[in-house]
Write a protein that binds this ligand. Structure first.
Ligand code: SF4
Length: 437
């Protein structure tokens, strides 16, 4: 059976002398190819028997793909029940169609608002293998954090755009949409480009390299870590942050690392790592790597970002944070950040086609003032309050902040908000630089 042929022998195609079906026009071929035959058959019936509009057919296809990825069979059951009930209702096909559509909308919204239930062992996504290419860095590589926004309470992190793309595949990562091909571009001229950067001696900086790729996954390929360490030595007023989800710390352990270079790990409960952070190191391996780095005297940091709302989240994040606190002393840790899922508008369509087992989009969403999609305020607030409670033993001894959040959330959970980026930056730097050896 092809993607356009239905189990009942009908067709969504409109080739030859047939009329082009509205469903065929509304739902692109890639989406049809991923839809279950049962859902395609329902799509056809909704068009032919209940006069679904173009937009309603498109939404039905999107919702059925989402619910299949979430493992929620209740959506299809709702569609079948709605069609069954329509046989006994009065009204013309359009009126019946409207009633079915409303039921589907309610069913989808309620499934999206549910806390996700993850299986202990996630089905594996089909992900492409990456290949390496070398590239010449051109133009400015030193910039403000790409996620920074004047509408958020932002910390003025600076970033270096060094390696393009990542071989790990976190479902929520903006890089999944940013790069079309599975190609990792590693620079050949980093040293020369770093030499062009003139930092202001009187100012202090935190500079990350993990925004366009993972900072440690490639090790010292093309001398990138060596060049960054030399840059750190030449600029003691900057802290260079190597952010990772890998356990690839061999080069860090084998070489002299300047005091102003730190390694930070993005952490999540293992259940989330297994289901949404594909090809990354397990939680155990990340923490072992962080412990080894800290034992060497290199400062570390942790990003509990993005936190997920899923069944068991409260206890899972409490346990994760308690484990981190038990493993590291406050003197070893420069900072801890908190954040929630944040998606760019337009992220979802490509995402649906790529990750067929992810529950990422199973969320009650809200649009932030800067136009991004995130969890509803009440959900985020619960996640942050729970985290801050767990991190209470480190209050006052490890700098804690929220990333990509807005003033109302800061006021609600922190009890204050930095008035601007400069004040946030100063407070952050005062705490971090005080801990350098
Ligand atoms: S708060 Fe987050 S998004 Fe804003 S500048 Fe800092 S790291 Fe970037």
């Amino acid at each position: 059976m092809t993607q356009d042929t239905l189990p009942d022998g009908g067709s969504l195609t409109g080739t030859g002398a047939e009329t082009v079906s509205k469903a065929f026009q509304a739902v692109d071929g890639e989406t049809r190819g991923l839809m279950a035959p049962e859902d395609l058959a329902l799509l056809s019936r909704l068009e032919k028997e209940f006069a679904f509009t173009f937009q309603q057919l498109r939404l039905f296809a999107r919702w059925s793909l989402d619910c299949a990825a979430w493992g929620e069979s209740a959506f299809r059951a709702e569609a079948e029940a709605g069609i069954g009930a329509a046989a006994f209702s009065i009204g013309n096909p359009r009126q019946k169609g409207e009633a079915i559509f409303k039921g589907l909308q309610r069913a989808y919204d309620s499934l999206a608002a549910k806390a996700k239930v993850y299986p202990a062992e996630s089905p594996k996504e089909k992900l492409p293998a990456h290949k390496f290419v070398e590239k010449e860095l051109k133009g400015r590589i030193f910039r403000l954090c790409p996620a920074a926004s004047e509408k958020a309470v932002c910390c003025n992190l600076k970033v270096l755009n060094i390696v393009d793309n990542c071989a790990m595949a976190c479902s929520y990562c903006v890089l999944q949409n940013h790069y079309d091909e599975a190609v990792i571009a590693v620079p050949v001229n980093l040293k020369a480009k770093l030499a062009e950067i003139q930092l202001t001696p009187e100012k202090r900086y935190r500079i990350g390299t993990g925004e366009y790729s993972d900072s440690l996954l490639w090790g010292n390929k093309n001398d990138i870590l060596r060049d960054l360490c030399d840059f750190a030595l030449a600029n003691p007023n900057a802290i260079i942050e190597l952010k990772t989800k890998s356990a690839n710390v061999a080069w860090i352990l084998e070489n002299d690392i300047p005091a102003n270079v730190c390694c930070t790990w993005s952490l999540n409960p293992q259940l989330i790592i297994a289901n949404e952070e594909h090809k990354t190191a397990s939680l155990d391996r990340r923490l072992e790597a962080a412990r080894a780095v800290a034992d060497k005297g290199v400062k570390v940091g942790f990003h509990f970002h993005p936190m997920f709302y899923f069944e068991g989240w409260e206890a899972e994040y409490q346990a994760l944070m308690a484990r981190v606190i038990s493993l590291f002393s406050p003197e070893e840790v420069l900072w801890v950040s908190l954040g929630c899922i944040t998606l760019l508008k337009g992220f979802a369509q490509d995402f649906r086609l790529k990750f067929r087992h992810s529950k990422l989009l199973q969320m009650e969403t809200e649009t932030t003032p800067d136009g991004k999609i995130t969890y509803a305020f009440a959900v985020r607030e619960k996640l942050y309050r729970n985290a801050l409670l767990a991190l209470e033993p480190w209050r006052g001894s490890v700098f804690q902040y929220m990333c990509m959040e807005h003033k109302p959330m800061w006021d609600a959970v922190m009890g204050f908000a930095y008035p601007n980026m400069a004040v946030f930056d100063d407070a952050f730097n005062a705490s971090a630089f005080a801990k350098l050896r």
